[in-house]
Write a protein that binds this ligand. Sequence first.
Ligand code: RB5
Length: 144
Amino acid sequence: EKNMKIALGCDHAGIDLKDAIIGTVTALGHEVQDFGTYDRNSVDYPNYARLVGEKVAAGEFDRGILLCGTGVGMSIAANKIKGVRCVVCTEPFSAQLSRRHNNSNVLALGSRVLGSELAQMITTLWLEAEFEGGRHGRRVDLYE
Ligand code: RB5
């Protein structure tokens, strides 16, 4: 899918990956809106997970990307929102399969876990992979 609208959120830890991820997303032809945080002052990640998750769940954005220290807190918080299927990834295989089989619509990454180049590779595969539907769609529908 081309020209997607991507909502991006991070906390003070995730901010270290922000420029690299925005660069990757825009280079692939997508539009990014940055919902903060914008500096390294300590903030609470669930507020950013909610901001981004609600926009994706409402259909205002095609996908969301959340950055924190591990990606774990962001993913747990985002998955509380109905309609959000957030995956935390540390390697590209799961990122790609989370799209093809699980129709993930939010990606969470950890800046204390991943170097920027691995984070960018994961983001690229996640953005480019398509949901396969069929039996996978039936399974997603069982919990949506
Ligand atoms: C912040 O120190 C850290 O807890 C947060 O970025 C994230 O890793 C939570 O899961």
